[in-house]
Design a protein around this ligand. Structure first.
Ligand code: ADP
Ligand code: MG
Length: 678
């Protein structure tokens, strides 16, 4: 089974009466032929018959068999879209976008017309849209506006094995609406074989298996544990490249930063390889990668060169890249972990599960025999890896979900039909947190504040800051900060050869030690003052793409403000007011300086540090609030702002008492802790 190149269109030249066939037609027809080569194609009619017969079906098939791209098209061809849209949910936004792009190409329509996608802050659909790829979180939000999903004829919950928080909640909701909407079809599709569990949950729904096509994969382990898996990955890439026959390489890394590091080092090392060694094309893929570059991973590798794809977990099952022959698996992924006792959430780099390791290995044997290089020992694999990843619902902060469910009128959370229930401690903590944020009253009912917060597709803490900005008359500033925070840490860049310039440019926004939140606001406002100039971004080492996205998000937040009837109000000169609004959402995240320069979080004490990238990293104020914790070498607070401790009591009197902030009056600094100027 060899895939023909998409560009070649010669075979059509003499099989048509038409004089000219334009390139688009050729492409479409080639893609139509290609569709027929996918394993799922043979089961098309059988599958459609099953959908006709049963309301709920569980579908299982190897990654790459065509579930995501083909099933919605089959349903469309069979007429389901005449009765309503077909939704197909994806745990990851990159997958939703990329698959929608592919399917629109296969159908020969413009993306956003008949085939579209919807992800947070980006709706690429129209009146015409019949097949809608979307993140699971977006479908969850659609329940808020349309509790019976009346606009849909089929909902396909795809990548169900990933068991993301939103997918798990969707299970409960779609199972419920299926009871009073007999016309709604539900497809639960998964790449792994734990289909029985899904079937049991959906009242013994039939399981439809799509036999996979998988070639043998040779698995190699390291003899001893690797001290540095990044280093080991790079060495392995180069070894494969120099010694192994043609075939592309897929490397699993944990996130953008690692991918960029490996990308840079590889570029540097391959420069010295000389002309005898074939070219190595490096293709990164991660959630924040600009769309234009995402498409690059699917381009066929030119003859005589080799492609190496540096990917996050996204390539494990969500995206299939053809031509991969070698997989390098360091054995880690980044996961959110949550301690319900302390209420603290942090991103951690964790060992993967055996199930993940096997999925990863399988990526190399799709189109021929493959090889997987595991950068850990076989002993590690056997004894240290868990069988399966714990579902997200059991290891995350549930405040967001609880707020959504409450807005849907679901009050009895303990008896909600969870496939795997969350720990009751975590549910309780979420209720407590929402109560502290005044989103729920003491009876656990949604308050006006809570109802407003639920309108924002943001974490409840951030929504609370926005809603609280009404009181401090600074909603204009707070939505700018919120949109900048939503971009993640891809605003500034720091080219290796211009680090000093980049750092200086960055410090400009921190003048007056205003803290990271206000600094983000300064960045946004300065850019706005230049009339959103690209040149200005270059001069200040700021990613113009990230800024445009922030502007987009900000526009949407502004629209939502209107919806919840909060006036857009600017109070730019009163920084304390802005900081208080932020604190109104983030008072849980307060920390106090210790004598040794570390911080202790105020409630549920834990030792944390100011992230070196913070504008306050040298200053170390006595009291701070932070946006999030990230664990790398230490537990770091990212996005930090100085705080007056009395604010905590003023803003959250039900959460903080005076004794928690007892040194409020004292201005003395701990010994040896100089207030160095920036
Ligand atoms: P599954 O959902 O069963 O894992 P998919 O429907 O995602 O399978 O993939 C089927 C085929 O479509 C694969 O061969 C894959 O390479 C191809 N494909 C999917 N998305 C794209 C894309 N964005 N560009 C090019 N090919 C794609
Ligand atoms: Mg898929």
């Amino acid at each position: 089974f060899v895939k023909s190149s998409v560009i070649e269109g010669t075979q059509f030249e003499d099989d048509s009466d038409q004089e000219t066939i334009d390139a688009k037609d050729i492409l479409k027809r080639e893609l139509q032929d290609e569709r027929k080569t996918l394993p799922i194609y043979k089961f098309r009619d059988e599958l459609l018959k099953a959908v006709d017969e049963y309301q709920v079906i569980v579908i299982v098939g190897e990654t790459g068999s065509g579930k995501t791209t083909q099933i919605p098209q089959y349903l469309h061809e069979a007429g389901y879209t005449a009765r309503g849209k077909v939704a197909c949910t994806q745990p990851r936004r990159v997958a939703a976008m990329s698959v929608a792009a592919r399917v629109s190409q296969e159908m020969g329509v413009k993306l956003g017309h008949e085939v579209g996608y919807s992800i947070r802050f980006e709706d690429c659909t129209s009146e015409k849209t019949m097949i809608k790829y979307m993140t699971d979180g977006m479908l969850l939000r659609e329940f808020l506006g349309e509790p019976d999903l009346a606009g849909y004829s089929v909902v396909m919950v795809d990548e169900a094995h990933e068991r993301t928080l939103s997918t798990d909640i969707l299970f409960g909701l779609v199972k419920d609406i299926a009871r009073f909407r007999p016309d709604l079809k539900l497809l639960i599709s998964s790449a792994t074989l734990d289909a029985e569990k899904f079937s049991d949950y959906f009242d013994s729904a039939p399981i439809f298996k799509i036999p996979g096509r998988r070639y043998p994969v040779e698995v190699h382990y390291t003899k001893a544990p690797e001290a540095d898996y990044i280093d080991a990955a790079i060495v392995t890439i180069l070894q494969i490249h120099v010694t192994q026959p043609p075939g592309d390489i897929l490397v699993f890394l944990t996130g953008q930063e690692e991918i960029e590091t490996v990308d840079e080092i590889l570029k540097h090392k391959t420069r010295g390889l000389g002309t005898k060694i074939p070219e190595l094309n490096i293709c990164p893929i991660y959630a924040n990668l600009p769309t234009e570059l995402q498409a690059k991973i699917f381009e066929t590798t030119p003859e005589g060169s080799r492609k190496v794809v540096l990917a996050t977990n996204i390539a494990e099952t969500s995206l299939t890249i053809d031509g991969i022959k070698y997989v390098i698996d360091p054995g880690f992924c980044k996961i959110k972990s949550y301690n319900p006792r302390t209420g603290m959430e942090s991103l951690l780099i964790n060992p993967i599960s055996k199930a993940s390791a096997n999925q990863r290995a399988g990526r190399s044997g799709r189109t021929g025999p493959g090889k997987c290089f595991r950068l850990y020992t076989s002993y590690n694999y056997m004894h240290d890896l868990e069988d399966n990843t714990v579902p997200e619902i059991q290891r995350t902060n549930l405040a967001n979900v609880v707020l959504t469910l409450k807005s849907l009128g679901i009050h009895d959370l303990v008896n909600f039909d969870f496939m795997d229930p969350p720990p009751s401690e975590a549910l309780l903590k979420a209720l407590e947190q929402l109560f502290a944020l005044s989103a729920l009253n003491s009876r656990g009912e949604l308050t006006k504040t809570g109802r407003r917060m639920a309108e924002f597709p943001l974490d409840p803490m951030l929504s609370k800051s926005i809603v609280a900005a009404e009181k401090y008359k600074c909603s204009d500033e707070v939505i700018s900060i919120a949109s900048m925070l939503s971009i993640g840490n891809s605003i500034f860049y720091r080219p290796k050869d211009k680090q000093v310039h980049a750092d200086n440019a960055r410090l400009n926004f921190h003048t007056g030690n205003v803290g990271d939140h206000i600094a983000l606001l300064n960045v946004y406002n300065s850019w706005k003052e230049t009339d959103f100039s690209t040149q200005w971004c270059y001069e200040n080492y700021i990613q113009v793409r990230s800024m445009k996205r922030a502007r987009d998000i900000r526009d949407q937040l502004e629209g939502l403000l209107e919806r919840v009837e909060i006036e857009v109000c600017s109070n730019a000169s009163d920084l304390d007011a802005i900081k208080k609004a932020i604190t109104s959402g983030f008072f849980h995240h307060s920390a106090r300086l210790q004598k040794n320069g570390s911080y202790r979080t105020v409630k549920n004490p834990q030792t944390v540090f100011v992230h070196p990238s913070s504008g306050l990293a040298q200053l170390l104020p006595r009291w701070v609030i932070y946006h999030e914790l990230v664990l790398t070498t230490k537990e770091y607070m990212r996005q930090v702002t100085e705080l007056k401790p009395e604010w905590l009591v003023e803003i959250a009197p039900h959460y903080y008492q005076l004794k928690d902030v007892d040194d409020a009056g004292s201005k003395k600094l701990p010994k040896g802790q100089g207030r160095a100027a920036l």
